[in-house]
Ligand binder design. Structure first.
Ligand code: MN
Length: 465
């Protein structure tokens, strides 16, 4: 886990995929992109569509939300006749190779997979089918979140073929902002390199200041109230009056925009408000209002992906936010801030050495459980050295639905045991359905199993090897 990533190995693999794509491209009647239903995935999609357009290739796309198996999903997309005259590019999805390889090896088309999620596969790379070009930096020791976003990888692929893609580099900035959940000064490796390259080409603007992600476009009074990264304890999800009082007391106009605050004002807010949040953020000069702010733009796409996928795919091309999207966005951040306040304050919890269980049934609507769990984890609102199990009884299925999260700190101090490992152990022993990644996942259990999980939680978490 701590060894240096194999940069050369990864870049070689990327070059092989690029060279094959270019060499075979004159044969292609059509290239189909399949991407993930989030901001990073949609940014990838547009980068690749731009490349295909510049290469004069016919193209089409589909969005995959992982709710069905790859076999079922692809059945609806594949043409009856399998032919070398078409190709598939998967971006930000496609690392479930144990599912995909049996499908791909029966087809004639070429498959290019550009993904940064952890690989799920027991087949050794030498045995991958010849029509598969699999590029995934995590195989070479890179971190799929800190080092390279899906859109960073898609950008590297596209730019090598058509250098003019650099003009579309703002799409990579949206992908990075959406996936990394960090201020831009904390970017590493390829994310950092692509960020610097695009900055020097003046594709976007980098600024430093008070970071209140979710509300960088808004006034300082709303920023303190609705920021989700950081969630500002004492203000977040609180009431307007208290916040105005606090700001007036500091002689700061509550209606001043977050990004217009002076250095002295920022200092006062942080020291009197008892929090620290200073860093870099990216602005997209071609866009207006909320869409100018890369993090907020990405967050809007993430929200729309769940509400209205076609609005998400189309809104990335807009220069100005629609009224519909603005309302959806405001509802989302204000509810999330409110939920984070509820979670950090008053909910009863059951704790073991390694786990925290919180039943939020009746306190937070089920559709918000997953995001509340995620942002409570990235903000470390609860003990970061414990795994969070947040959820409750789902009425229609009469099962217990849990969102499971851990922090990076947890991973580092538990030999890399993460959420996916814990879920696998629980399923093996108690049944249930679910899955996930190192930091996030979910499971459904019967009530009896849930009770047993609570009683023996640490047995599923502590590494027995
Ligand atoms: Mn991604």
């Amino acid at each position: 886990m701590n060894s240096e990533p194999d940069r050369t190995g990864f870049l070689n693999k990327l070059d092989i995929a690029i060279n094959n794509f270019v060499d075979y491209s004159s044969n292609f009647n059509k290239v189909i992109t399949i991407s993930h239903n989030d901001a990073d995935g949609i940014s990838c999609l547009h980068l690749i569509q731009n490349l295909l357009y510049k290469m004069n290739l016919n193209y089409d796309y589909f969005i995959y939300n992982r709710s069905t198996s790859w076999a079922d999903y692809l059945k609806g997309i594949f043409s009856n006749r399998s032919t070398q005259r078409s190709a598939y590019i998967f971006t930000d999805v496609g690392s479930n190779l144990s599912e995909l390889i049996p499908i791909i090896e029966k087809r004639q088309e070429l498959f290019f997979i550009l993904d940064h999620h952890e690989v799920d596969c027991t087949i050794p790379p030498e045995e991958y089918p010849e029509n598969l070009f699999f590029v995934n930096p995590t195989v070479y020791g890179f971190d799929g979140l800190d080092h390279i976003a899906g859109a960073t990888l898609a950008y590297m692929f596209a730019k090598k073929i058509k250098p003019q893609i650099i003009k579309q580099g703002w799409l990579a900035i949206i992908g990075i902002a959406g996936d990394s959940l960090k201020s831009m000064d904390k970017l590493k490796s390829f994310n950092r390199e692509v960020y610097e390259e695009l900055l020097s080409e003046e594709i976007f603007i980098d600024k430093s200041g008070l970071i209140l992600f979710g509300s960088m476009h808004d006034t300082i009074k709303n920023g303190l109230r609705y920021s989700i990264l950081p969630f500002v304890e004492g203000f977040g999800g609180g009431n307007d009056k208290d916040i105005k009082y606090f700001l007036n007391d500091l002689n700061i106009n509550p209606n001043k925009k977050v990004n217009k605050l002076s250095e002295t004002e920022i200092e006062k807010i942080q020291s009197k408000g008892n929090f620290e949040s200073y860093g870099h953020y990216a602005l997209l000069p071609e866009k207006n209002g909320l869409l100018k702010f890369a993090f907020e733009h990405a967050l809007l796409l993430n929200i729309l992906c769940f509400k209205n996928i076609s609005a998400a795919v189309s809104s990335i091309q807009l220069k100005r936010i629609t009224r519909y999207a603005k309302n959806v966005y405001h509802d989302y951040v204000s509810n999330l801030a409110k939920n984070l306040k509820i979670l950090s304050n008053d909910l009863p919890r059951y704790e073991t050495d390694k786990a925290i269980f919180i039943n939020v049934k009746g306190q937070i609507p089920p559709s918000n459980w997953s995001d509340t769990a995620s942002f409570s984890s990235v903000n470390e609102l609860l003990d970061p050295h414990k795994i969070l199990f947040l959820g409750g009884l789902e009425r229609k299925s009469q099962t217990i639905k849990l969102s499971i999260r851990c922090t990076r700190k947890f991973l580092e101090s538990n030999n890399g045991v993460g959420v996916n490992t814990v879920i696998t152990k629980i399923k093996d022993d108690l049944g249930g359905t679910g899955g996930g990644h190192k930091l996030a996942g979910g499971i459904r259990l019967s009530r009896a199993s849930y009770k047993r999980l609570k009683e023996n939680a640490d047995d599923y978490i502590v590494d027995s090897n």
